[in-house]
Design a binder for this molecule. Structure first.
Ligand code: BYC
Length: 478
């Protein structure tokens, strides 16, 4: 195992120096990545010093270092978790065989597709968030946004490394294409639905980092089980960074809930819009939207792709090795929620084809835990309101519920009923305009916008009023 080579042009712990061909290929890709970052990365602030965490090794303690960095100078590197000597394939038809260090020929196509699909989400999210810096609610939040952005950039590097190192010419072409697709572009959109949606305001951003980044966690956990060892090790290290992204989402929404409740109490009103807050019903509508588009990211309830990924040993279940079954699942079943006519039924399906649904169910249970924590805040303020996850069939575009019209509490509706009610359940143009009207930048140290409470603590033990972004570090406009 090579030590982390932090001083190289491309920091890495994969011994790049010893593999001249790969090094050259990645060094050719690097300026294209930087061009993409300049064109599609955060607008403004590129010349400002930001207090960022950079991955410098894969040690559990001390894998990152904090310091002021200008984003284009961030050390995007390639880091894989330490290899586990003697690691085996733990599930599917190849169970018990040594994990693959090279791509098995028979799975080349599927593995490439999985790698590309994962890789595509990373630049997509940076593109979606590129306008947000200008309306930040505080320097603390601005820094967190940029931290997430540069790390998504690093996650793109992680997938591009795999494509270049293991998939030859096809891989190099895919790596180019990852820089050419654009979130929301009609002609060359990003691959998965949620990554073509807009993230127009900071409430959407927190919802995205809570719900959509959490899909990232579950997909990465499933890929970390892969029998293709380089993919597994890459995903394991990405998960260490991913935790912060979900923290930004959970605490972000929690702070909005907190502020809203404070305003409700202080002004004795539910209508906190008048006093510069975001009312709980609007929060619920945003939640409904982001949760439902994130549920789509798990694919159809019944999927032969998912069965093939598993049987081939390429993508496992969440916490595969902790499960006590045969890890082959040929005889097992799993209850899948589907729509038949206008009835919602739980049907036992073959466990192999139900793997998307199973991962989605693990994800739903995790989402519910954060919602319960936000509801605690509401309760502590003595307010009678509960945020809820809608039914998993609500507002879906993929799978059994894709063509259905359904209320959040799972009533099947006619088109006319849906049209009459949908504005109660999903953000309206007016909601978006109102939230947008609150998005006035707050960049004074230690100050926060009216609609969000300060965090409980700062980053890396720094005080809350720390200068997380040095806005006067150059003369470039913000
Ligand atoms: N939108 O059998 P099906 C993250 C396609 S997020 C559009 O139902 P399958 C991050 C599907 O591709 C994690 N298309 O599903 C978060 C297939 O197309 P083809 C990203 C969709 O294949 C925040 C067809 O429908 N990682 O890291 O079992 C910030 C039938 O597919 C969608 C991964 O997703 C959709 N929502 O599973 C930054 C892991 N859903 O083949 C980053 C890698 C399905 O007919 N990807 N389709 O052309 C996978 O494991 C699988 O591709 C999926 C879909 C789970 C996405």
């Amino acid at each position: 195992m090579a030590d982390a080579d932090y001083l190289e042009r491309i920091p890495n712990n994969v011994d790049l120096r010893e593999n001249r061909r790969l090094l050259r290929a990645l060094e050719e890709w690097q300026p294209k990545f930087l061009d993409w970052w300049a064109e599609m990365g955060p607008i403004g602030f590129q010349a400002k010093e930001v207090y960022l965490r950079t991955a410098v090794s894969v040690d559990k303690d001390g894998w990152a270092q904090f310091g002021y960095v200008k984003m284009p100078e961030y050390r995007w590197g390639i880091f894989l978790a330490e290899p586990e000597p003697g690691r085996l394939i733990n599930f599917g038809d190849h169970q018990g065989q040594p994990a693959w260090q090279e791509v098995p020929g028979e799975y080349r196509g599927i593995l490439r597709r999985l790698t590309v699909t994962q890789g595509d989400t990373e630049p997509a999210s940076v593109e979606q968030q590129r306008h947000l810096g200008r309306t930040c609610p505080s320097l603390y939040d601005l820094r967190n946004l940029f931290q997430v952005n540069v790390e998504e950039g690093r996650h793109l590097w992680a997938m591009v490394y795999l494509l270049h190192a293991y998939f030859g010419r096809d891989g190099r072409e895919e790596a180019e294409a990852l820089l050419q697709r654009r979130s929301g572009d009609r002609d060359k959109p990003r691959i998965l639905g949620a990554f073509n949606e807009k993230t127009p305001d900071w409430l959407s951003y927190y919802m995205f980092t809570y719900f959509t980044d959490r899909d990232g966690k579950y997909q990465l956990c499933a890929l970390a089980e892969s029998g293709f060892d380089p993919l597994s090790r890459t995903c394991r290290f990405m998960l260490t960074e991913e935790a912060h992204h979900m923290f930004v989402g959970e605490t972000g929404i929690g702070r909005v809930v907190q502020r809203t409740c404070e305003l409700m109490r202080e002004h004795k009103t539910d209508d906190v819009r008048k006093v510069g807050g975001i009312d709980l019903r609007t929060l619920q509508r945003y939640l409904n939207f982001h949760y439902s588009v994130s549920l789509d990211l798990f694919g159809s309830e019944v999927s032969t792709n998912a069965a093939n990924f598993f049987t081939g040993g390429l993508k496992g279940r969440f916490e595969e090795t902790k499960k006590e079954d045969d890890h082959i699942l040929k005889d097992a079943t799993y209850p899948v929620t589907v729509l038949e006519g206008d009835r919602i039924l739980a049907r036992e399906a073959p466990a192999l084809t139900a793997l998307n649904e199973r991962l989605r169910d693990d994800y739903i249970a995790d989402c519910a835990r954060g919602v319960a924590r936000w509801n605690q805040v509401v309760k502590q303020h003595g307010i009678d309101f509960e945020l809820k996850l809608p039914h998993k069939g609500f507002h879906r575009a993929i799978g059994s519920f894709a063509d259905a019209r359904m209320s959040p509490d799972a009533r099947i509706l006619s088109e006319a009923e849906w049209d009459a009610k949908k504005d109660e359940w999903l953000p309206t143009a007016e909601d978006l305009a109102f939230v947008q009207s609150l998005m006035q930048p707050v960049t004074e140290r230690g100050k926060f916008a009216s609609w969000i409470a300060p965090p409980a603590r700062g980053i890396n033990s720094q005080p809350i009023d720390f200068e997380y972004v040095r806005l006067d570090s150059t003369s470039e406009g913000g």
